[in-house]
Design a protein around this ligand. Structure first.
Ligand code: SF4
Length: 365
């Protein structure tokens, strides 16, 4: 079985075949009828487009819309973002997850203001030198803000191309990646790149969805190799799961008169500048004894109670966290420099890192 449809398979730069143009025309026509209206589509301002593209990485449109509006109300320009403390950016990002994106936004803003007077570069290669901007995001900014012919290959486009070309290899392998970029480049038209880019994003979000794609409504149906060979449900092929090591920690909800202690992590390193509950590695002994030892110099633990367990998957390890409620009297001695005492009701708004965010539903347990 081949993994190429008719004609649209030339290497990048040599793909002005009828089929490649046909794909673009079908997508543009469909987009005119069915494309989405989104807040970041009323602008060509690279600052706003860059912000939306970073927010949309790994995140749904529905989750992003409110954050996008609030972010622009607070940081109205690249300059206001660059001059803000990182902690303010992190706190406004609270709940959106993948906080490296917020750190990279801030670092990029500072660099562009310091080195380019606040001007965004237009080209893919220059954009890719900025923190947090990979090839696909650089392509999207180039196409959407500057109407330059630059392909994108985000998760949606990857899925569409895997099906359109019936790619029968793991789509994240180096070989597949090369093919997919070549196809993405081949299909990107020389005109109306801005609209084409939004059209292919929308097709992935609305029609060629991960589960149950709506092939009957798809403008590419009669070109799609997966559709003609009845392979749609099987593609893209799943990558085999990597085995990763596990870690086990204790997190402590230290409660004093309906307030609890939270701490901000150091700005550099894993989960930098995010908030967390105080904690311990769990492998060193019996949990209740470890917690008592932890507070050995502090009088009167009135109660220790296990609230439950949360699991979180990071890219390089699995984490299990056992969450203990610890009532202390008095707390003033650990409060000095230890963190922030916050009303329990305010925890939802805090930029807790992902594993500890999952502990919040346990607080009422
Ligand atoms: S026909 Fe179906 S599988 Fe093929 S691109 Fe369209 S929605 Fe995706």
């Amino acid at each position: 079985m081949t993994d190429s449809p008719q004609k649209a398979q030339g290497p990048a730069g040599h793909c002005l075949s009828f089929a490649a143009q046909d794909v673009a025309e079908r997508l543009l026509n469909w987009y005119g009828l069915a494309g989405r209206e989104l807040p970041w589509r009323q602008t060509r301002d690279p600052y706003r487009i860059w912000l939306s593209e970073i927010m949309l990485q790994q995140t749904t449109v529905a989750a992003v819309v409110g954050y996008y509006r609030r972010f622009l109300e607070r940081f109205t320009s690249l300059e206001t973002l660059a001059s803000a403390p990182l902690e303010d950016v992190i706190d406004l990002w609270a709940g959106l997850g993948y906080y490296a994106r917020a750190r990279n936004l801030h670092a990029t803003a500072r660099r562009l203001v310091a080195e380019r007077g606040g001007e965004f570069p237009a080209g893919v290669a220059e954009l890719m030198r900025l923190p947090g901007i990979g090839r696909s995001t650089a392509g999207a900014i180039s196409a959407l803000a500057f109407d330059l012919r630059a392909p994108i290959l985000d998760g949606n486009v990857r899925r569409i191309l895997c099906r359109l070309f019936a790619l029968q290899e793991p789509p994240r392998s180096a070989r597949a990646d090369k093919k997919l970029w070549s196809w993405a480049e081949c299909l990107t038209p020389g005109h109306r790149v801005h609209d084409y880019t939004q059209a292919i994003m929308d097709l992935g979000a609305l029609v060629c969805t991960p589960n149950k794609p709506d092939c009957e409504q798809c403008p590419l149906e009669t070109l799609c190799v997966a559709r003609s060979r009845n392979l749609v449900e099987l593609l893209p092929l799943k990558m085999p799961r990597k085995k990763i090591p596990g870690r086990h920690q204790l997190a402590l909800l230290l409660v004093d008169r309906e307030r609890c202690l939270v701490q901000r992590r150091p700005a550099s390193g894993l989960l930098g500048s995010l908030w967390e509950f105080p904690g311990l590695e769990a492998d060193a002994g019996e949990p209740l004894e470890m917690i008592r030892q932890y507070f050995a110099g502090i009088e009167r633990i009135s109660e220790i109670r296990l609230l439950g367990r949360a699991r979180h998957l990071y890219s390089h390890f699995r984490l299990e966290v056992d969450f203990y409620r610890v009532e202390l009297e008095p707390c003033e001695r650990i409060a000095e420099g230890a963190g922030l005492w916050l009303p329990l009701g305010d925890l939802e708004q805090l930029a807790l890192h992902g594993a500890h965010k999952k502990l919040l539903p346990l607080i009422g347990a």
